[in-house]
Design a protein around this ligand. Structure first.
Ligand code: GLA
Length: 370
């Protein structure tokens, strides 16, 4: 049986700007050269959708007239997208879909956004629904909020959909302006080390961080009578409200402002080819995530600490929501093998877990390949 269309939808890295997207801040992500591939065809029914995942070796059937929660985690990303598509268009009908992926799942590479974006993009093309990329990005984010229950920001869906070969993207999450930044790091490369842990408090802790920073912001903006946005407040204002905020909200709000500035500095460093400064900003970012936003974990900290002992590495930090997943390392290409061997041994010795790794480059966003 043949397919009507095929889509490749990438995961993403984020060079810097973590937990800033839902705080009206800046991020600097890129799509990567690892994808979820989706083959799609109309099946002639009004409502029957079959989705086969080679990775999970299962097929599940969704009924467009009755979209309930699925039995496995990844079903909800699919169902959420179908539900949100239906709200925007009457044109969606039954289809068959086969999926395979080489994006490591649960590793902070946004395999879920890749799936959402690939499916939304593919169905939009298959049924000629006429939605533009920004509508698709927003509907994928809503799928995650409304169906999956993670109150994520816009970064992952944006990066997967809008990625461009050889470029990172400086996105202003307040007004959604963005700029492609040529990102050639040679002789350095981007090495991802996968802790292969994903602590299961991630969703609840993520939503809690969101609340903590939002309530901190509310206190500050009410105190000064300014617009309720991290873009209206300064470090001095945070300092002045330290007592009212209490320790946790104080650290969350300080982190957001500092991380935003680091993103802008990192974009300038890349533009100027100043890889040393970029690396330093990555380390500072990780320190903030560890001490102030508290989204790291011992496995990530271990790998970042270890990278500091390796002279071929300019900087490293955790990537994505945190509590597991990958570290991103800017490393001289000549030093990759030695560092991977040493880190793998030390990590296994310390945690009893195999480390995995891959090199990646900024790549094209969700696209039709057939
Ligand atoms: C997850 C979310 C993103 C973003 C990151 C943290 O990947 O989906 O929206 O908030 O965490 O930067």
């Amino acid at each position: 049986m043949t397919w009507d269309i095929s889509i490749a939808s990438p995961g993403r890295i984020n060079l810097i700007g973590e937990h800033t997207d839902y705080n009206d801040g800046f991020v600097l992500p890129a799509a990567i050269d690892k994808h979820i591939f989706l083959n799609l065809r109309k099946n002639g029914t009004k409502n029957r959708c079959t989705i086969k995942s080679e990775g999970f070796d299962t097929t599940f059937v969704a009924d467009l007239y009755n979209l309930n929660h699925g039995t496995e985690g990844w079903h909800d990303y699919v169902l959420g997208v179908l539900k949100e598509l239906q709200l925007l268009s009457k044109g969606l009908k039954g289809f068959d879909c086969a999926i395979h992926t080489n994006v490591p799942v649960g590793s902070g590479m946004s395999s879920s956004a890749a799936l959402e974006c690939g499916l939304a993009y593919g169905l939009n093309a298959l049924f000629d629904l006429g939605l533009d990329k920004w509508q698709l990005i927003h509907l994928c984010q809503r799928a995650e909020h409304n169906f999956v229950g993670t109150k994520c920001g816009i970064m992952d869906q944006f990066a997967s959909m809008m990625g461009k070969d050889g470029h990172s993207m400086l996105l202003d999450c307040k007004n959604l302006d963005y700029e492609y930044i040529p990102t050639k790091l040679d002789p350095y490369v981007i090495l991802m080390l996968n802790t292969n842990v994903s602590h299961n408090l991630a969703t609840s802790a993520y939503n809690m961080r969101r609340e903590e920073s939002a309530s901190g912001l509310r206190i500050i903006s009410e105190h000064f009578g300014v617009v309720n946005s991290f873009r209206s407040i300064t470090r001095d204002m945070v300092e002045e409200c330290a007592g009212q905020l209490g320790d946790v909200r104080y650290r969350r709000c300080s982190y957001v402002l500092e991380e935003n500035q680091r993103v802008l500095n990192a974009a300038s460093a890349i533009n100027e080819g100043d890889m040393v400064s970029l690396g330093q900003l990555l380390y500072e970012s990780h320190h903030g995530q560890r001490e102030k936003y508290e989204v790291s974990c011992p496995e990530l900290d271990f790998l970042v600490d270890m990278s500091k002992t390796e002279q071929n590495i300019l900087g490293a930090r955790m990537v994505g929501g945190g509590f597991g997943g990958c570290t991103l390392n800017i490393i001289h290409k000549s030093g990759v093998k030695k560092f991977v061997d040493e880190a793998s041994w030390a990590y296994k010795h310390k945690f009893g877990i195999e480390l995995s790794h891959f090199l990646t480059v900024p790549s094209q966003g969700t696209s039709r390949i057939n």
